[in-house]
Design a protein around this ligand. Structure first.
Ligand code: NAD
Ligand code: THR
Length: 359
């Protein structure tokens, strides 16, 4: 049995076997790297993405190393490569994806590959290709091979005309980014194929995900990861959002647990195919204040970037996740205090292990 988690802009996992029947999960990440990640990704060509890597490693613990196949178009770091099956897979290469699914008897597919919000605006044609054409490939293959398919959506699937505080599961969705448009398209296509052909499509709208292993991927919420690295290196963070910009956020371990719990939930418990999940909402100033409880010297200056500020201003400030809580028992473990303490500990350990100074 194998679970495959393709990296939809983040993760690609293939899973051998059906979780519900066998308890085995195989994951693969299908990550295709935009040729021009320019200002966001340039210095981290080989870094693991938070969601993908962590999810994969944890999934492997739970479902068996050989049962989760990770994939990407980027070379993985050594510890990922040696942790279990890893294959090259481009979400735009339909024939190769099909070969991987057939040859490995994949039963679950987690599709993380995508270009995120800010980098998508910088390269709309590529974002359209990866986020929409890549998704169509994955949907077709899931249907053809009776796979259970997970595709993450995002707070970015909402726009300025959506209710923002809180945003419910079902409401007006008119996002103003190609990223958001592609995510709404994914939600609707998956739900259509579920209702028309019985595809076991499952989708969670993630808040901004925070992890020590996640390098900036060109998202609007990237600052909430970078601030921890800056706090422990230079002690100064320059934020590209205004200090009062409130956005929903989540610790990676809650994000991963939500995904696994949702994938394991019996179909009869699901009243929706796309759910919001929430944990906390904070502003740059609030997270800086919480960090200062541990590192009083942290200095934050603000230099709003018009593209990312406009995107953030169009997104929800809070998510209503009451349907996920009611239907399949979703409950986050991390609030802002726990998140900040854990991130500072993890970033400190990472820097120490890499021989870097810690401020
Ligand atoms: N990180 C977050 O805060 C967040 C929030 C909400 C939703 N999500 C969703 O989670 C998923 C992962 O996000 P992330 O933060 O890890 O993004 P990321 O930018 O860090 O990773 C994207 C991955 O996609 C891969 N990729 C790009 N083109 C590909 C192709 N042609 N074939 C295969 N792989 C390709 C890249 O190599 C990269 O590893 C995305 O679908 C994103 O929309 C992320
Ligand atoms: C929110 C999410 O989808 C992603 N982190 C972004 O900012 O684009």
């Amino acid at each position: 049995m194998r679970l495959c988690v393709p990296n939809a802009a983040v993760l690609g996992l293939f899973c051998r076997g059906c979780l519900s029947r066998t308890g085995n999960w195989t994951s693969r990440s299908f990550n295709s790297l935009p040729r021009k990640m320019s200002r966001w990704n340039s210095e981290e060509p080989c870094s693991p993405h938070l969601n993908v890597i962590l999810s994969l490693l944890m999934s492997r613990k739970q479902y068996g190393t050989e049962n989760v196949i990770l994939s990407d178009i980027k070379k993985p770091p050594p510890h990922v490569f040696t942790s279990g099956p890893f294959v090259y897979a481009d979400v735009l290469d339909y024939k190769h994806l099909r070969e991987l699914i057939v040859n490995n008897r994949i039963t679950w597919l987690v599709h993380y590959s995508a270009l995120l919000s800010a980098v998508g605006e910088a390269n709309v044609a590529l974002a359209r290709k990866i986020n929409i054409t890549g998704l169509h490939n994955v949907l077709d293959l899931a249907l053809e091979n009776c796979l259970r398919l997970f595709v993450p959506s995002t707070i970015g699937a909402f726009g300025p005309s959506s209710p923002r505080d809180p945003a419910p599961d079902l409401c007006v969705q008119r996002p103003r980014t190609i990223y958001g448009v592609s995510k709404v398209h994914g939600e609707l296509m998956g739900e259509y194929l579920h209702h028309k052909y019985g595809l076991d499509f499952r989708c969670l709208r993630y808040p901004g995900v925070i992890s020590v292993n996640t390098p900036p991927g060109g998202g609007t919420t990237d600052y909430a990861v970078q601030i921890f690295h800056d706090a422990l290196s230079t002690g100064h963070h320059e934020c590209y959002l205004r200090p009062d910009t409130r956005l929903p956020m989540m610790h990676i371990s809650d994000c991963h647990r939500a995904t696994v719990e949702f994938m394991q939930a019996p179909e009869c418990q699901l009243s929706l195919r796309t759910y919001n999940i929430a944990a906390m909402s904070f502003t740059p100033e609030e997270v800086a204040q919480e960090i200062r409880k541990h590192l009083p010297h942290l200095k934050v200056t603000y230099n709003p970037d018009s593209i990312r500020q406009t995107i953030a201003d169009s997104w929800p400030v809070r998510f209503d996740d009451s349907n996920a809580r009611r239907d399949w028992g979703w409950a986050p473990a991390f609030g802002i205090e726990e998140l900040v303490a854990d991130m500072l500990r993890s970033v400190r350990d990472k820097r120490t292990n890499e021989g870097l100074p810690v401020s």
